[in-house]
Design a protein around this ligand. Sequence first.
Ligand code: FMN
Length: 349
Amino acid sequence: MSFWKKTRPIVGLAPMDGITDAPMRQITARYGQPEVIFTEFVNVEYAAAQPNKLFNRFWYSSDQRPIVVQLSGVNPDLFYQFALIAAELGFDGIDINMGCPAKSVTARGGGAKLIGNKKLVEKLILSVNKGLDDWQKGKGLDSLDKNLFLALEKTRQKNRQWGGVNKAKKSPPALSIKTRLGIDRPLVEDWLNFLLSLPIETLIVHGRLVSQGHSGLVDWVSLSRAADFAGRENKAFIGNGGIGSFREGEEVCQKYNLDGVLIGRGALGNPWVFTNQKVAKEEKLLVMMEHARCFVDLFGEDNFVVLRKHLAWYAAGFPGAKKLRVELVRTSCLSEVEKIVNHFYLIFN
Ligand SMILES: Cc1cc2nc3c(=O)[nH]c(=O)nc-3n(C[C@H](O)[C@H](O)[C@H](O)COP(=O)(O)O)c2cc1C
């Protein structure tokens, strides 16, 4: 039985490009223990062209289970290959991104551009399922491109050494799709019910239209209608959009009969969003430092600029936080962050 069937309600960490990287997920797993954790999307076309650059999106630790890797793109052959890679790396789930409105993703027909492109969507799902079938039969890996195979081996080693991920699992990853309610109007029957008729285990829907971007009302009533249909198809249905606490997530699931929700922006600098726990500034700053150390451990100080936004997200909700944020977003190494935090304590304690 896959993890999608085990608990109710599921309150998990949503995929966020440039944000839910391995260190962020590690800290979220440690302090929030959500029921499921998503990686950022991995674009199969870019990852195939530049495996050395993008395979760090596959780094994870066993603490992060159940972990779902999200794939985006449009090339069925590459989806086949990346299904094999995800299975071989031991991910608990594979999710296909059919909702991202970013131009870099939609320009080639992926993400939100897949909404309504039923022919291509069917092909992608078929390819992933074929990859998972072949993997279970011990086939397919020899068909991988040589560079992809080398990147897979390196990643496997990294996950073993850094993340304590020992053996590939025997069962294949559970397949899900994450999408939006529609482009400029809700498409429950035309789109969501179509997706639910495909051989997937779970459907995740951000309850906003593509035209709404990342703000505006979340249409829980339409999500609830799709959830009824999912129930009849014996599939899990997860809603998403604007959830700010674990308690709110539970309430929404109960009210709209959903199997779970994902939290995105509510988890920024706030792994405790999954616990109902209120934390003091001391703990926030300690965990911020732990996040920074984990980041440097994995990615080195050369990439410190990527971490700065996370530091700023932790520095919120207490006296002096604004001034602290201004200083944190200018840092370029761990020792600078330590100095700033120590100075902050001298002034504010
Ligand atoms: C910066 C950012 C990056 C995102 N990246 C992804 C992504 O890689 N894949 C995806 O399916 N959704 C992505 N999303 C959408 C979120 O997963 C989620 O659906 C959306 O933020 C709504 O949830 P929230 O209101 O809890 O944040 C992203 C959202 C944001 C704000």
